[in-house]
Design a protein around this ligand. Sequence first.
Ligand code: SF4
Length: 312
Amino acid sequence: MLSGILLRKQGIRVQWITFETPFFSSEKAKKASKAAGIPLMVENITPIYLDMLTDPNCGYGKNMNPCMDCHALMFKLAGRIMKEKGFDFLFSGEVLGQRPMSQTMNSLRYVEKQSGFEGYILRPLSAKKLPETIPEQQGMVKRDLLMDISGRSRKPQIKLAKEFGIKNYPSPAGGCLLTDKGYASRLKDLFDHQDTYTERELHLLKHGRHLRLNNATKIIVGRTQKDNENIQKFYDPNLDTMIKVKKIPGPIVIIPNGGKKDVRMLAASICVGYSKAPEITPVDVSVTSPQAHDTVRVIGVPPKEIKHFLIQ
Ligand code: SF4
């Protein structure tokens, strides 16, 4: 918001672009666009992002976050749009030294080089601490009206926000889902067991407990009512098997992409184990696969006995 407004104050017409994948959304950008009155383009980049994510040049951060190559990809895609639509340069709100890995001088240079738009990426908040860019050299942007912010403190940005009259702004984000330990473990498990992944499978990784039963099969068990709702939202009746205890409150369990009969029976017992069914008592469970709808009678497996299946 600050970098966009700073440029607009120079009389430059600015537009934002934000990218979406199952790992990060455009919600905050949409709110910012509304608040600042800066138009926003939203692009879903999941397929191309996945290509990068499975083998990022600079590897991952603490979890499955490929921050350097993520930034580079975003600038590359934004640069293509810049060319297509006839914009003059790219800018971002990055601040030199704000983040330990992705915003050091070397990282900013790497990103610029990899994006294919060297010289065209302006960081208005740190511009005076960085080499002059082409739009500055060509007089499109007045360098003396840009900032020289660097480091981890947010005080200069908060001061600037006050000056610009921005009252509601998102708190500094910790990172996308790829920086989350639990999500990263489940994603790694998916990468280790499948060659291709759908967007739906990546959304499913956000909800419930995930248990890997064998190389070909994992199950997802709802932990809460909200989990159950979300799992049902991404459940595909043409591909998945859904399991639910009859007449007794319990979780929704799904087996993405089906599952053989023995696995379905095990999943049904696990489902009972997490339900309110009495221990060591056979109960009826409904099992709906793409081929058939059955009722099976099973005894629950206590959660403590299946801990080794948990992906965490
Ligand atoms: S935290 Fe996520 S969205 Fe942000 S740079 Fe890293 S990988 Fe990309």
